[in-house]
Design a protein around this ligand. Structure first.
Ligand SMILES: Nc1ncnc2c1ncn2[C@@H]1O[C@H](COP(=O)(O)OP(=O)(O)O)[C@@H](O)[C@H]1O
Ligand SMILES: [Mg+2]
Length: 260
């Protein structure tokens, strides 16, 4: 596992190196594979009520690419990304994320691994109502012990790139859906995670805002040393994919590289 320390913290929690410096290097399974799922089976319930939701998933997600997971509602997309994110355990199979076998880390180490390396964008934005836009976007840095003002500066930089810095002091209930989703994107990227996972990021948005959000996500999240997974069943945004994994009934049916 590479040393993926994004921030050098002194004992007071103040970041010594720039929070925007990515110093990571990778010595993982293969230097182009960010996530490798092998034979993932997931059952919910037990005995008579047991339901097999994932039926043996093999999937590689590569650095420098946007990998889309697409398929009908209920086919297991959210379950799969929850396993990749270490939020759920697979019943059978292994998941390697950024060179780390997820089953080898537990508890606090898993939480640290997640907060350092992963960024999430959810369908319902999931912003904290009592924090303003800049504070919401700064949360991943504050959680890691970066000083408040420094975290806010980094968050504002992203809000500016997303075209909503004028709204940085507004609370979520004062923002439109498209603006809230941009704050959520800033929050997903502010700590420079190497893996960004988005679960139906345009599902709560109208077509125009959805397209704008995808353009920003594509521009800001794309980087040769980052992998982006986007779950969707919104075919209007498939054009943003580098690779599409088609799922149905808990299986990946096929994976297609999209034309350049
Ligand atoms: N915690 C759970 N307990 C039981 N069944 C679940 C649970 N979470 C999801 N499921 C079931 O697993 C299937 C896949 O769900 P999900 O991964 O959310 O699908 P998708 O994101 O593709 O819509 C669905 O049938 C859903 O009802
Ligand atoms: Mg889902």
């Amino acid at each position: 596992m590479a040393d993926v320390t994004d921030f050098d913290l002194d004992p007071t929690g103040v970041a010594r190196t720039s929070v925007l410096t990515d110093t990571t290097s990778l010595n993982s399974v293969s230097n182009s594979v960010a996530v490798q799922c092998k034979g993932i089976v997931k059952d919910f319930g037990a005995g008579q009520t047991k339901v097999r939701v994932l039926q043996g998933i093999d999937l590689d997600v590569r650095f420098g690419e946007r990998t889309f997971l697409v398929g009908p509602s209920g086919c297991g997309k959210t379950t799969l990304i929850s396993i990749i994110a270490g939020l759920l355990d697979a019943t059978v199979g292994s998941v390697n994320v950024l060179g780390t076998n997820l089953s080898s880390i537990r508890g606090g180490r898993l939480v640290d691994f997640r907060s350092k390396n992963l960024g999430f964008v959810f369908q319902q934005f999931n912003l904290l109502p009592s924090l303003n836009a800049a504070e919401n976007a700064a949360v991943p840095l504050i959680v890691q012990g970066v000083a408040y003002r420094r975290a806010i500066v980094a968050a504002n930089d992203f809000l500016e790139q997303l075209g909503i810095s004028a709204h940085r002091k507004k609370y979520p209930n004062q923002l439109s859906g498209g603006q809230q989703q941009r704050v959520a994107i800033a929050r997903a990227l502010v700590h420079q995670p190497r893996l960004v996972i988005c679960d139906e990021p345009t599902a709560s948005l109208d077509a125009q805002s959805g397209h704008a959000v995808m353009e920003m996500l594509s521009t800001l999240a794309s980087s040769p040393d980052r992998a982006v997974i986007i779950v969707t069943h919104d075919s209007r945004i498939y054009s943003f994919a580098d690779r599409i994994a088609y799922m149905a009934d808990g299986q990946v049916l096929r994976i297609e590289k999209t034309p350049e």
